[in-house]
Every structure is written in structure tokens, then in C-alpha cells.
Design a protein around this ligand. Structure first.
Ligand SMILES: C[S@@+](CC[C@H](N)C(=O)[O-])C[C@H]1O[C@@H](n2cnc3c(N)ncnc32)[C@H](O)[C@@H]1O
Length: 273
């Protein structure tokens, strides 16, 4: 499994990554974005917090927000409205096509526009930039290019970032965190069992999901060809150079795992379970 960030990518690897996102577009939308109802249950809390951060002290409305690596667009689409306009960019033609269709389906196409573009260029001025789970798909060299571009944003541009980060357990992990982790793991296990006992698995979806895992195992990838989650310090080192970090917080991924399991079992409405 690829755990080491790629230093310098190759055209072949870039193509593999792009092909992967084009080929798996619908499957990823199903198991990563989940249904609208599940999105509201597991994502709305931090995306509303993101929106409030952008809206606070806004000098003029609507805000113009750039979402780099927007995939199928669900992240900003959830909070887009007449005061919060979004341009989503992504290098995958299938993802952009899907984003346009979904914006129409959810009646957000007035506020959400999409363009095919690589993450290495985004020089226009915006009121804010959203980066949701993109950066861990870039090589070190691409991250350098990305952050150099990022450094050209006008001073004061607000940025919201969400990236998967591995925390390295160490002796300093405080007692309270250890207890909290035990509680989370307990409820995670119960919730996953509950899902399994409620409805049988969608075999077709499971097969597709497993084939992604199998492909990753065969090729030595984490999941997609260039994907490598960050270590906490690794991402922080980049951010410290270019940003004044106002806040950072953990969005625990347990609820995403439960929602994914629910999706796999064709349960698209959250309830007490
Ligand atoms: C994990 S997905 C995140 C998508 C969306 N932001 C979300 O959270 O669902 C990573 C996205 O980055 C895009 N991507 C990967 N490398 C890229 C690059 N070099 N330029 C632009 N987009 C890229 C992929 O096509 C994919 O849509």
C-alpha cells in the first residue's frame, strides 16, 4: 500500500490518476458523497461552520468561492445559495460533468458553476477558497507548485481545507483522548453491527467497492493511484508557510464510515441507528 508521498509524478501516473477518477466517478459519488440525507447528517455541521467562516464580515455579497478539486461538487453545493456562489474546478471530465448534472438536479445551478482545470493554476481573485480532500492526491512537487500558486492569492483571502490526516499516537496522547477514543470505537462497532442487522448488503455495490480495493492492492496504491493521506506535521509545514491558521479541528471519520456502511446496505435515510 502506498504510504509514502510520491516525490515527482510521471505523465503515466498522472494519467492513471485521471483515468481512475473518470472511471470510478459514479461509484465514488455513491460511497463517498452518500445520499443527500446522509450528507446532511454527517457533513452539514462542519460545512455550515465553513460557510459561517466565509460569511463573517463579508464586505460584499454574493461571495465568490473557488473550490479546487471539487469532484462531483457536493461539498459547496450543500451550502451554495444567492449569497454564496461557487466555481468548482477539477481535472476529471467525468467528475465535472456529474457536478453540472447534480447542480441542476438539486436546483443549485444558478449558484454553482464548474470548469475543467488542473489544481496547479487558479490565479483569479476570489473571496474564499475551498479545498476538500484534494491535496493528498498530489505529489510533493505538485504540492510545491500548488502552494506557490496559493501564495499569489490576494492577502486576506479566506481558505477552508479538509484533508485526511493520520495522527501518530505518542506518549503525550492525553488520558481524556484515550478514553474518548475507546468510547468512539465502542459506538462505531455497535453502529456498524446495527447496520448489518437491519438490511442485507447490496451485493452489486459491494462487488464494485471490493474491486477498487483489489485494484489498489494489486498496484500497491493507497486507494487511487497517487493518494497518500498526510501526517499532521506534513500538511502543517505547508500551511505555516502560506497561511495564518485561525482554527483547526478534527472531523472524526467514524460517522463517514457508518454512513458508507449504510449506503452499502441501501439505507439512505439516517435514523437513530
Ligand atoms: C477525494 S476527491 C475529492 C473530491 C471532492 N472535493 C470531495 O471531497 O468529494 C479528489 C478530487 O481531486 C481531483 N484531482 C486529483 N488530482 C487533481 C489535479 N491535479 N488537479 C485537479 N483535480 C485533481 C480528482 O479528480 C477528485 O475529484
Amino acid at each position: 500500500m502506498r504510504l509514502q508521498r510520491i516525490n515527482i509524478s510521471t505523465p503515466e501516473l498522472d494519467k492513471q490518476e485521471n483515468d481512475w477518477w473518470n472511471t470510478n466517478c459514479d461509484l465514488i459519488e455513491t460511497i463517498w458523497a452518500n445520499s443527500f440525507e446522509l450528507q446532511m447528517a454527517i457533513r452539514a455541521h462542519y460545512l455550515n461552520r465553513m460557510k459561517a467562516f466565509f460569511m463573517k464580515d463579508a464586505k460584499k455579497l454574493p461571495l465568490q468561492i473557488l473550490e479546487v478539486g471539487c469532484g462531483t461538487g457536493w461539498v459547496c453545493r450543500l451550502v451554495a445559495d444567492e449569497n454564496f456562489h461557487v466555481l468548482g474546478t477539477d481535472f476529471s471530465a467525468s467528475q465535472i460533468q456529474k457536478a453540472k448534472e447534480q447542480a441542476i438536479r438539486f436546483k443549485k445551478d444558478q449558484f454553482c458553476k464548474y470548469e475543467l482545470a488542473d489544481a496547479s493554476t487558479f490565479s483569479k481573485e476570489y473571496d474564499g477558497v475551498v479545498i476538500h480532500a484534494l491535496l493528498h492526491h498530489l505529489s510533493t512537487q505538485e504540492l510545491d507548485t500548488f502552494f506557490a500558486e496559493f501564495g499569489k492569492l490576494k492577502k486576506g483571502t479566506k481558505v477552508f481545507m479538509y484533508e485526511p490526516v493520520c495522527f501518530e499516537p505518542n506518549n503525550k496522547t492525553v488520558f481524556v483522548e484515550k478514553i474518548l477514543n475507546r468510547i468512539i470505537l465502542h459506538y462505531r462497532k455497535k453502529a456498524l453491527e446495527n447496520v448489518e442487522n437491519t438490511k442485507s448488503v447490496n451485493q452489486e455495490l459491494l462487488k464494485k467497492w471490493n474491486s477498487i480495493d483489489q485494484q489498489a492492492t494489486e498496484n500497491g496504491w493507497y486507494i487511487s493511484p497517487k493518494e497518500v493521506p498526510f501526517y499532521e506535521d506534513e500538511i502543517k509545514n505547508y500551511l505555516d508557510k502560506y497561511c495564518n491558521i485561525i482554527d483547526h479541528y478534527v472531523v472524526n471519520k467514524t460517522d463517514l464510515e457508518v454512513a458508507q456502511k449504510m449506503t452499502l446496505h441501501d439505507i439512505n435515510q439516517p435514523d437513530a441507528k
